[in-house]
Design a protein. Structure first.
Length: 378
């Protein structure tokens, strides 16, 4: 099978998307995955796409929609981009006067995607109360707007995505088991970039083609040492990290030959350390030390002990993840909405929440068209 490129076009200047914008299927594992995806696309089965951040989950969703033959629109929504009070109205719509500020009726995203595909990213961040409503929509194929009693039938194919271990979330009762099984009719597991190294160099050429002409470096090449470093790097940020590395190398290049030093990979060259899925996965000696510390604190009758321990844990995790909410939520094994609640409770979020939600909502509402084209030379 020939190599294929799945890519998003350049966004408008006002948009600032943070997802992977290209998925090159050149590695044998990627080609096998692409064939699997295209087989699934021919049905209307609900698809659950799982994979690390930056692996191209939305690209897969867009390719499924494009090859499915559905004539309606592709609508992409980030479940973590809205506050809990707005999710209901955003997904299912509302009638005039349904809540304060609802001056007129408005269709939700399910109705907007009627006849097409609705992509729900970060499905693991969906609060439990809204999981019940989503399950009902999937079962009955109709939505009831907030403040209404009459259901509206919808013909929508749902594709959900997450970088959270939903099996663990179900065990921890943060995600409904019945919804999980309803979503994962056709599961797609995206491997990280480090497990499909045959895609790395073709992806670098793609990103040179995207950024090079704007910088007068359309024919830039990597030196042999730089290519070896690209192939050896662990890429914990996956395609998104690779894109940023190529873009930066082009910015600092002086002669069109991208050198090892231009990649700035030194700080990020260590393979990602496995994150414990639960406290039981921590090293025994660490658990013993933690238990001894708790015994000491309990013996001191420390006031507000629970709050102090919770704040310390959240603060240290947030700092260790460089104030990245997605990574912090993964490290702690909680949903992003739960993490936001903890950050606000302990004064760690403040105005960052408003700006971040605005950026994410703008990114996911930007108008993007999926492009799938044969790789150059095929």
């Amino acid at each position: 099978m020939a190599a294929h490129l799945l890519a998003l076009p350049e966004p408008p200047p006002a948009a600032a998307p943070q997802r992977a914008k290209a998925l090159y299927c050149h590695d044998p594992r990627s080609l096998e995955l692409l064939a699997h995806i295209e087989r699934l696309a021919r049905s209307d089965a609900t698809v659950l796409v799982t994979g690390e951040t930056g692996t191209g989950k939305e690209l897969v969703a867009r390719h499924i929609h494009r090859t499915s033959g559905r004539g309606g629109p592709f609508v992409a929504i980030n479940c973590g981009a809205f506050s809990e009070s707005l999710i209901d109205a955003e997904l299912f719509g509302h009638e005039a006067g349904a809540y304060t500020g609802a001056a007129g009726a408005r269709a939700g995203w399910f109705e907007a995607a009627n006849g097409g595909t609705l992509f729900l990213d970060e499905i693991g961040d969906l609060p439990l109360m809204h999981q019940v409503k989503l399950l009902r929509v999937l079962q009955e194929r109709q939505v009831v707007r907030l403040g209404a009693r009459r259901p509206v039938p919808v013909d929508v194919r749902l594709i959900a995505a997450t970088n959270v271990d939903l099996h663990a979330a179900v065990d921890a009762r943060r995600f409904r088991a019945d919804l999980f099984y309803r979503l994962s009719v056709a599961p797609v597991a995206l491997p990280p970039l480090r497990e499909r190294r045959g895609d790395i160099l073709p992806l670098t050429q793609h990103f040179i083609g995207v950024y090079g002409p704007k910088l007068g470096l359309a024919h830039a090449v990597f030196s042999p040492a730089a290519r070896e470093a690209l192939l050896a790097h662990a890429w914990p940020g996956n395609i998104r990290e690779l894109e940023n590395a190529v873009h930066f190398a082009l910015l600092v290049s002086r002669d069109g030959v991208l050198q090892l030093g231009d990649l700035q990979l030194t700080r990020r060259s260590r393979p990602p350390q496995p994150e414990p899925a639960s406290p039981a996965a921590a090293p025994p000696d660490a658990r013993q030390r933690l238990g001894a510390l708790f015994d000491e604190l309990l013996g001191e009758h420390t006031a507000s002990l629970f709050q102090a321990v919770e704040e310390t844990l959240v603060r240290r995790a947030y700092e260790a993840c460089n104030n990245n909410q997605v990574h912090t939520a993964q490290r702690l094994g909680v949903t992003r909405n739960t993490l936001r609640t903890l950050l606000k409770r302990h004064g760690l979020l403040l105005d960052r929440l408003t700006s971040e939600l605005h950026e994410q909502a703008s990114a996911y509402r930007s108008d993007k068209t999926f492009v799938a084209a044969p790789a150059p030379g095929t």
